[in-house]
Design a protein around this ligand. Structure first.
Ligand SMILES: Nc1ncnc2c1ncn2[C@@H]1O[C@H](COP(=O)(O)OS(=O)(=O)O)[C@@H](OP(=O)(O)O)[C@H]1O
Length: 319
């Protein structure tokens, strides 16, 4: 025991004291570290909230914004920056890493109103219409109904209010679009779209009628595996090569016949034909054509569907 050996007792007390000192020092060091960290965190938070513009960070942030804009076609950038940091004269807020913070003026998600579509992809089935709509909706000024509304071929009796309600909300200057490829072969569709708005832009994605028919047939076959062969449905007489033009897969591909119906109501310049093949081989080039799609000339006072590279995209108000 320590009390029985005085020399050892001295050593033992010294060692206890040393241990106490070490513990005290490490305790103080921990307190100091903790204090420093909370101070740092506090200043980081203050930097985040700072209203003082930080020009050295602003440039880097804007560079990031431009890259983001390029990558997303502007959609993400628009949401993050809309009415915020880009507004001239408005103070920009940056977080500690120099990223611009979303300002209090960011629009609420519920903003905007539902409008009737100003541009419709009316056809053709299996032409590449989904791909085109998805490409277009990357544009920050395009909002599109997700599912096919089938208003002009199935639900016309529901009325325009019903149709409008299917559309996404849009802000001023944004374009509402939808795609329902079966409109192209629906006899009543041109008249009905015309009566909704004669300035509606029409987009038709066309594709080699034979590949289109095969694509159409393949889709049907996947749902009904018992249907006759493609060849037997296509030919009325295999020997003479007489084609059965009443079969829907062939019928849809007789583009000129359906187009006649549209031309009774819309001038050719108001209908844009997009190549389904080029959408695959040269999507950028084909989308460029859509962006340059001019509107009808009859209304000189309104801008129509114009995707101008320097001005973005603008549309007329409904007539
Ligand atoms: N990027 C791109 N560009 C052009 N085409 C594409 C693209 N991506 C897909 N596809 C092909 O489009 C075919 C489907 O066309 P749709 O979207 O019009 O079909 S549908 O009518 O809405 O069912 C369908 O054709 P098939 O594969 O021959 O059936 C798709 O493969």
């Amino acid at each position: 025991m320590a009390c029985e050996v005085p020399g050892n007792t001295v050593v033992s007390v010294k060692s206890v004291l040393r241990k106490c000192a070490v513990m005290l020092v490490s305790l103080l060091a921990s307190f100091y570290l903790l204090h420093s960290l909370t101070q740092f965190g506090g200043s980081a938070l203050r930097a985040q909230d700072s209203l003082v513009p930080r020009p050295e960070l602003a440039e880097a942030a804007l560079r990031r914004k431009r890259v983001l804009h390029r990558w997303t076609g502007g959609s993400v950038a628009r949401q993050r920056f809309e009415d915020g940091e880009d507004t001239p004269g408005q103070q920009v807020r940056f977080d500690a890493r120099g990223f611009p913070l979303v300002s209090g003026k960011l629009r609420a998600l519920g903003d905007g109103i539902k409008r009737l579509p100003q541009a419709i992809i009316v056809g053709v089935k299996k032409g590449g219409t989904r791909a085109l709509l998805e490409f277009l909706r990357v544009h920050p000024d395009v909002r599109a109904a997700g599912a096919e509304p089938h208003f002009f071929d199935r639900f016309y009796d529901n009325g325009l209010d019903w149709y409008r309600d299917l559309m996404p909300k849009t802000l001023e200057g944004q374009i509402t679009m939808e795609k329902t490829p079966s409109y192209f072969v629906t006899r009543e569709a041109p008249a009905q779209i015309y009566s909704m708005s004669r300035s509606t832009k029409l987009i038709v994605v066309v594709r080699d009628p034979v590949t289109r028919a095969i694509s159409d047939y393949t889709q049907t076959l996947s749902k009904k595996p018992d249907i006759p062969s493609f060849e037997s449905l296509t030919f009325k007489n295999r020997t003479t090569g007489l084609i059965d033009t009443s079969w829907s897969a062939i019928q849809i591909g007789i583009y000129a016949k359906h187009l006649d119906n549209w031309l009774q109501f819309f001038p050719m310049r108001q209908i844009l034909f997009v190549s389904g093949e080029r959408l695959i081989s040269d999507p950028a080039g084909e989308l460029g054509r859509v962006q340059d799609f001019p509107g009808p000339q009859e209304d000189h006072h309104r801008q129509t569907l114009l995707f101008q590279s320097d001005q973005g995209l603008s549309m007329p108000e409904e007539s």
